[in-house]
Design a protein around this ligand. Structure first.
Ligand SMILES: [Zn+2]
Ligand SMILES: [Zn+2]
Length: 296
């Protein structure tokens, strides 16, 4: 998953992609919709083109170029839907401004879910087993830069206008995602998390503190004198799991190495290797971005 996070685990990149799934193709579309500064937007668009998620093409009407999603970019649609789902369930702002996704294929008001491709059941973190894959080991490209969250106040409407929603403000940070993934794999103690993520102590304390404040984690003392703490995922933190799975799957598909996937997953419920698929809760089909309508 860390590969995916290095590539697109950044608030703006995610918001740009989210808006692309909703039809943004020109520079001006993004600046109107997500209120991003021009220099930041051109930088991120360049990165997304270099990565292979967007391609620059000449517009049909002679009005300059457009950015279109490639197959690799489209591959992030399940991740966007899982962000939307998380946001719908847990964001207080969403409760005040309800919105819906209509799946045109079945006509239903859709809540996308993560399901097992083999048995069709919903996938929960506790029902997944892990083993090292052929490409296991430390990734050659861990998050290299310390990503600081933007100090600029964000217009409330900005993130709610895209599929990624406000959750992207705290989940669109690759360290936060890395820490949560480590917890999914069973790590709890500060020093273990630090070793697994290979992150500076102060940076880790800062992220853990904000995740506790944000209701994602619960801190529990397991030793007195000296005091030592462990971190447990709350139900809300647990619900990040489908996002993590979607990102991991995309990373294996598009950023994998010849060695093969670093981690193999199996669905304990049915015993099959886990092929996690995002499906419409009404009809069970995998939604295509052209067949989903977003309504405020
Ligand atoms: Zn299954
Ligand atoms: Zn459907």
């Amino acid at each position: 998953m860390s590969r995916s996070l290095v590539a697109v685990g950044d608030r703006w990149s995610l918001l740009i992609l989210g808006a692309a799934f909703q039809g943004c193709v020109r520079f001006v579309d993004w600046s109107d919709r997500i209120g991003i500064a021009s220099n930041v937007l051109s930088g991120r668009l360049r990165q997304l083109v270099a990565l292979g998620c967007l391609e620059m093409v000449q517009g049909d009407d002679g009005r300059g170029h457009e950015y279109r999603l490639t197959s690799m970019g489209m591959g992030l649609y399940p991740t966007a839907l899982m962000f939307w789902r998380f946001d719908r369930l847990w964001s207080e702002k969403r409760l005040l401004h309800p919105e819906a996704l209509t799946h045109l294929t079945c006509g239903g008001s859709m809540v996308p879910n993560m399901a097992c491709g083999a048995c069709g059941e919903r996938v929960h973190a506790r029902d997944v087993g892990y083993e090292d894959g052929p490409g296991a080991g430390f990734d050659a490209s861990p998050p290299s830069r310390v990503s600081r969250r933007s100090a600029v106040a964000v217009d409330d409407d900005v993130s709610r206008n895209t599929l990624f929603g406000d959750s992207v403000d705290y989940l669109g940070d690759r360290w936060t995602q890395m820490v949560i993934s480590t917890l999914f794999l069973g790590t709890r103690r500060f020093d273990q998390i630090q070793r697994e993520c290979d992150v500076a102590t102060n940076l880790l304390s800062d992220r853990l503190k904000s995740m506790v404040a944000g209701g994602m984690l619960q801190r529990r003392r397991y030793q007195i004198g000296p005091d030592r703490f462990e971190y447990l995922l709350t139900p809300r933190g647990m619900d990040v799991y489908p996002i993590a799975l979607a990102l991991m799957r995309w990373g294996d598909q598009w950023l994998g190495t010849a060695a093969g996937p670093p981690l193999l997953l199996h669905h304990l419920t049915c015993g099959n290797p886990l092929e996690a698929v995002v499906v419409c809760d009404q009809c069970g089909q995998s939604p295509d971005p052209h067949e989903v309508l977003f309504r405020r």
